[in-house]
Ligand binder design. Structure first.
Ligand code: FAD
Length: 555
């Protein structure tokens, strides 16, 4: 029988092992895992910290015994692979009892990622934790419960979370949920750095509304013990934060040392290079998950994308390849991801605007602020969606923030990018509709309509970040109501409500004095009508994408 050995027994590794068994009943399949746990729900860890998942056992999806019984897998925890002898096709494995050699015919590397250690003095301080493993969450829960037991009701314990990425935000939410006063420190100038800048303030406001103290654009410089004997974090701007607990999650890098030591090819980002079947530069070795290099679907760039979905699919593909089964070639990765931040959901897919700019990829940005289901049906929540399109209309990326309906739109948009859809295709998508669920013109259709208009010249756009230029070289026309205008407006803007515009065109002509007109309203809908009126009257008008809502957020 074929000897298949898998290194790493969680997402990618266990997917490979289980699929291999389903394809080959005779194979001898060994899974080597250095920790005490296999098949655990990493993605569920923050929700055990928050106590939403109360039972720790619910995170442990399988044990070596259940995997042995169901799939006849030989799963060995506490087994750390030290080296790969590729010539002899054998591993050196270290256990508490000593080391031994394990031969293989096919080897799957699924070692995952390692947390980046940021340059913070005092990272070994006992108050500092991270959130990646079962022991991590056990430790954090014990600390939180100890702090809450000793709590002075007038003074909540303080937690400092360093890193406002996906896991950092989940940690913030969990700790705030447990009653801690949370301080969040992020080096980038906005939370959730992969999110487009104009959406991030929505998350910041939600964090602040839940009492989170935000420190953006600064780094944690050191962790030490303050005058009171309690720990404190000193930031790069000199601010000192009390810290009964510090959680550091500033990203990961591929755990590729074992592969590198064995001479397997790595890419420039240090991730293991694999082909479309997950095979490494050694035909007897496959690699999957956070440790490998993938191709980004939109930019074509290569690098690791540490997400559970790709890891699971890659594990399945590696097993297919090993067992000679038909393989579905590895599709480029979109990096589709989602996070809950208290009452809000933020989600992304494809390339974000920063990446498109950096890569010099021409694109049109479209903002839509629309209700998640029919506006007249009770409970409609506003969604904020951004999508980017190539000049030929191809969808390149999409992002959304809102209280409801974001997950389904991002999944439709992710599917659309994978399908190579254009603005025309989005406009024609036929999506499920009844008032409690959506709108006859769904938000995704709206993105398509707006992009069609922007790209074919029906409604040329200007963007919030062009405001200075718009003020210097054009007439800024605010077509909201007088009341809305009085509540806040761009200095120097002319206010003519869109319903009055047809009767006041001469005023616009006089104020524009031959210059183009940069129109805006609250969300971009009324100003679209106004833009059409002006263009139909011979004026060179353009519409602010996303309106005042985006303008305010982008400042
Ligand atoms: P892992 O699942 O990390 O497994 C690798 C295993 O290999 C580890 O258990 C490690 O101990 C073992 N190992 C490493 N080296 C050796 C060795 N030499 N010998 C033996 N064993 C070894 N992704 C999402 O898509 N959505 C989410 O909501 C999400 N939430 C997350 C929340 C948290 C707190 C964390 C930590 C991750 C989250 N992720 C999420 C990411 C997701 O968990 C990973 O992308 C996925 O687990 C990667 O799978 P993998 O098989 O490559 O590595």
């Amino acid at each position: 029988p074929r000897r298949i050995v898998v290194v790493g027994g969680v997402a990618g590794g266990m997917s490979a092992a289980a699929r291999a068994r389903r394809l080959d009943e005779q194979a001898r399949i060994v899974v080597l895992e250095q920790s005490d746990y296999v098949s655990f729900a990493s993605c569920g860890l923050p929700y055990h910290l928050s106590d939403e998942i109360e039972r720790r056992d619910d995170l442990l999806l399988h044990t070596p015994a259940t995997l042995g019984a169901a799939l006849n897998l030989d799963v060995r925890t506490g087994h750390r692979v030290l080296s790969i002898d590729r010539d002899a096709r054998a591993l050196t494995v270290e256990t508490a009892q000593g080391s031994y050699r394990e031969p293989y015919d096919a080897l799957v590397l699924a070692p995952g990622a390692v947390g980046v250690r940021p340059p913070i003095a005092g990272l070994d301080h006992p108050a500092v934790h991270t959130l990646r493993t079962i022991p991590d969450v056990d430790g954090l829960r014990a600390v939180v419960e100890g702090l809450l037991d000793r709590r002075d009701p007038a003074d909540a314990p303080h937690a400092v979370v360093v890193g406002a990425g996906f896991i950092g935000l989940e940690a913030v939410e969990a700790l705030a949920h447990r009653g801690l006063q949370v301080h969040l420190v992020e080096l980038a100038d906005h939370v959730l750095p992969p999110l487009d800048a104009e959406l991030a303030p929505l998350l910041s406001d939600e964090l602040a509304a839940h009492g989170v103290d935000l420190h953006l654009g600064v780094s944690a410089a050191s962790v030490g013990t303050g005058d009171t004997g309690a720990a404190e974090v000193t930031l790069s701007d000199g601010v000192r934060l009390p810290a009964d607990l510090v959680v550091v999650n500033v990203g990961v890098r591929p755990a590729s040392q074992l592969a590198a030591d064995a001479g397997l090819d790595l890419g420039p980002t240090g991730a293991i290079r694999v082909d479309g079947d997950q095979r490494t530069s050694d035909p007897h070795v496959w690699a999957v998950g956070d440790a490998v290099e993938v191709h980004h679907a939109v930019t074509g760039a290569t690098g690791p994308v540490p997400l559970a979905g790709p890891a699971n699919r890659q594990g399945r593909r590696a097993a297919d390849s090993i067992c000679g089964h038909r393989t579905t070639p590895q599709a480029p990765v979109l990096g589709t991801a989602i996070v809950r931040v208290f009452g809000l959901t933020a989600a992304i897919t494809g390339a974000n605007q920063a990446t498109l700019r950096r890569e010099g990829i021409p694109h049109e940005v479209v903002h839509v602020h629309t209700a998640h289901h029919a506006g007249y049906f009770p409970g409609a929540e506003q969604m904020h969606l951004v999508a980017t399109f190539a000049p030929d209309g191809t969808l390149l990326g999409a992002q959304g923030v809102g209280r409801d309906g974001i997950d389904k739109r991002i999944d439709v948009l992710a599917t659309s990018i994978r399908a190579g859809f254009t603005a025309d295709d989005l406009a024609e998508l036929e999506l499920a509709y009844a008032p409690p669920y959506g709108s006859a013109k769904d938000a995704v259709n709206m993105l398509g309509f707006v992009a069609q208009n922007a790209l074919d010249g029906t409604m040329p756009q200007w963007q919030a970040w062009d405001l200075d230029d718009a003020l210097a070289t054009t007439l800024v026309l605010d077509v909201r109501s007088e009341k809305e205008f009085a509540g806040g407006h761009v200095p120097g803007a002319l206010n003519i409500p869109h319903t009055d515009l047809r009767g006041r065109l001469d005023e616009v002509r006089a104020a524009a004095a031959g210059r183009p007109v940069s129109v805006h309203c609250a969300s971009g809908v009324r100003s679209y009508l106004a833009t059409r009126i002006l263009r139909g009257s011979g004026l060179d008008a353009r519409n602010l994408s996303g309106g005042w809502l985006t303008l305010v957020a982008a400042q």
